[in-house]
Design a protein around this ligand. Sequence first.
Ligand code: NDP
Length: 296
Amino acid sequence: MPTISFLGLGAIGTPMARHLTQPPFELTVWNRTREKALAFGRDTGARVADTPADAARGAAFIVTCLSTSADVESLLDGKDGLLAGIARGTTVIDCTSGDPATSRRIAATLAAHGADFMDAPVSGGTSGAEKGTLTVMCGGDATVFERIRPVIGAFGTKLVHCGAVGTGDALKSVNNALLAVHVWSTGEGLAALAKAGVRPAVALDVINASSGRSNTSEHLFPERVLTRAFPRTFRLALLDKDIGIAAGVAREQRVASPLLQLTAELFRAAHQDLGEEADHLEAIRLIERRSGVEIA
Ligand code: NDP
C-alpha cells in the first residue's frame, strides 16, 4: 500500500486528502491548526501526525497543499521539519499554487536529501476536489510525473506534465490571472450597464449567448454575485497571490504585460481593503462602492 502523508487541510486540501483515505492508499495527515487534523482523523480514520517530521517518516509520497510556496519552504527545517523525517527516495508533490523560484529552491534542497519534488498545483475549485475531477499541472522530471500518477489521479482527472520544476506553478498563476481579468472586467461592464439601465440578469443573458461569455459570466456572477451569496470557496488573498506570481513571471520573461500588472494592482488593493477572509468574488464590492451601484 503506498503510504502517503498529506500536509495542509484547508478549503481545497481537505476534500483532496479525503480521496486518499480509500484503499489502496494508507494516509497520514498533518495540519498547523491541529484541531482540523484531529477532526479529519476522526471522520476518515487517517493517522494524525504530531509534526511535519513525524508525517514524513515512512511516507513514500508527501503531498503539501498550503497557502504559498514560502509556507511550504518554512516546513522543511528544524527538528520537527520535513527534512528531519524524510527518507531518500521519497517524492514530495506540492499542490500549493506556488511560485516557480521558490519551488526550484525547494526541489534543490530536497534533491540534496535524496528526495524528488514536483510542483503540482490544481484547478477545478473545491467542488472539483470533492468530485475528484481536478486538473493537475505538474513541473518536474517525466519519470517523477509517471511515479506520482496514481496519487494525483485519486483527486484529478486531467493530469498534465508541463515541463521542468516551476512550470506547473507558472501555468497555474497565468490561469488564475485570466480568472482575475474576467472577474474584474465583467464587474466593471455590468456596473456600467446597470447604471445605463440594463439589469445585470438581462445583460448576462445576452452576454452568455454571445462572444463575451466566460465561466465567470456563465456561472460565477449568476450563482454567486447576483444572488449576493458570495460563498467563501477561494480566498481573495490567494487570488491576489496568484496574479502577483503571474505578473512576476511576465516581468521576468520580459513580456510587455500592462494588463497583467494592472490586474495585480487592482486585486492587491481589493485584498488590502477587504481583508484575509473575503472570497475572491467580493473584489466586485470595490467596483460597486467606487461606482455607487450594486450588481444584483
Ligand atoms: P486555505 O486558506 O483554506 O488553507 C490553507 C492551508 O495552508 C491550511 O491548512 C493552513 O493551515 C495551511 N498553512 C498556511 N500557512 C501555513 C504555514 N506557514 N505553515 C503550515 N501550514 C500553513 O487555502 P486553500 O485550501 O483554499 O488553498 C490551498 C492552496 O490551493 C493555495 O495555494 C490556493 O491558492 C490553492 N487553490 C485553492 C483553490 C480553492 O478553490 N480554494 C483552487 C485551486 C487552488 P491552518 O489550518 O493552520 O490555517
